[in-house]
Design a binder for this molecule. Structure first.
Ligand SMILES: Cc1cc2nc3c(=O)[nH]c(=O)nc-3n(C[C@H](O)[C@H](O)[C@H](O)COP(=O)(O)O)c2cc1C
Length: 83
């Protein structure tokens, strides 16, 4: 499981450092992407930078200010879709 906030339409710099340095051979990445509604190319950037990983469908975890904009049910459905 790998998570990142969206910062300026992509993953946060600390996540970039992790993805570039890490070799994901034999690993599966389940990306969760927290954001304020402008996710843009974040999912593609994660996909392109997890070297040798299997990358599963990301979940877009949107916040309206401090409030989670999607339901627990939607998060549960994403988790179930990964099983
Ligand atoms: C420097 C900075 C840049 C951000 N850029 C974006 C952005 O491009 N798109 C977006 O949807 N949210 C953006 N956000 C909002 C964050 O994604 C959101 O606050 C975060 O995912 C929620 O987690 P937090 O509790 O760590 O803030 C930005 C936040 C910060 C601090």
């Amino acid at each position: 499981m790998r998570g990142t906030p969206v910062w300026w339409y992509t993953y946060a710099p600390a996540i970039k450092t992790l993805l570039i340095q890490y070799n994901f051979t034999n690993k599966t990445v389940y990306p969760f992407i927290t954001n304020g509604g402008w996710i843009q190319h974040t999912e593609r950037d994660v996909l392109n930078n997890c070297r040798n990983a299997v990358v599963r469908k990301a979940i877009n975890i949107k916040f309206d200010g401090d409030r989670l904009a999607l339901s627990n049910k939607e998060i549960e459905n994403w988790i179930r879709s990964l099983l």
